[in-house]
Design a protein around this ligand. Structure first.
Ligand SMILES: O=C(O)COP(=O)(O)O
Length: 217
């Protein structure tokens, strides 16, 4: 089936952002006297936005709503200072975006990151590409795996969901793609292993960004 648009997840799919997230998170944990997490563990904790990240990262006896809210504010402040620590665009992503642009296939971002931060990242690292939209978490709006944002973007791009690829690196993205009725593809270069992705029901896994080209027809 001919693909008419591509929706990308951001963290772990377009951008390797784990350095800044882990650094900021571990500063918050240290400041509050909690044990820190390795980069590998942080990768597993990311995917559902900052509130869930904090809830998973702090010791169980410190997960009251008031405490979580306080740590989330601390994390936002730390991340604001350190968000681009070690950040890079994954190898092959720019080639893929050049390819999509040359074929006139529109693309967009759907992330559980706070929308302002997501836009800042795209502006800093991928400004030469024309994204239809960079959509992230905003107060009061449902997050992924709710497919509302993905569906809204597909409608905005004028494509039917079943002709839209949804590429992401986590189980949240797999669920979002399936709920949206889009072509679900998982990125093996991100924060989850291929085994994790298979267990989460991935229908197709690609190992490098340019492999997406063979999925476009
Ligand atoms: O910030 C997160 O938890 C996840 O962000 P993502 O949706 O771009 O993977």
């Amino acid at each position: 089936m001919k693909v008419e648009a591509v929706i990308f997840d951001l963290d772990g799919t377009l951008i390797d952002s784990i350095g800044g997230i882990a650094f900021a998170l571990n500063r918050v944990l240290t400041e509050n006297g909690f044990p820190v997490h390795s980069i590998e563990t942080c990768k597993q904790l990311v995917g559902n936005g900052f509130v869930d990240l904090v809830r998973r990262a702090v010791p169980e006896e410190h997960r009251s709503e008031a405490e979580i809210q306080r740590y989330v504010s601390q994390l936002r402040a730390e991340y604001d200072r350190h968000w681009d620590y070690g950040m890079r665009v994954y190898d092959g992503i720019e080639d893929l975006l050049v390819h999509l642009q040359s074929r006139g296939i529109p693309f967009a971002v759907d992330t559980n990151k706070d929308e302002g931060v997501a836009r800042r990242i795209v502006e800093r690292y991928l400004s030469r590409f024309k994204f239809f939209r960079v959509s992230g978490t905003t107060p009061g709006m449902p997050k992924k795996p709710d497919p509302a944002r993905a569906l809204e973007m597909a409608a905005g791009m004028g494509v039917t969901p079943r002709r839209c690829i949804y590429l992401g690196d986590s189980e949240v993205d797999i669920m979002t793609a399936k709920k949206a009725g889009m072509i679900q593809i998982s990125a093996a270069w991100g924060f989850r292993s291929p085994d994790d992705l298979c267990r989460a029901g991935a229908e197709r896994i690609i190992h490098k960004p340019m492999d997406l080209v063979s999925c476009l027809e």
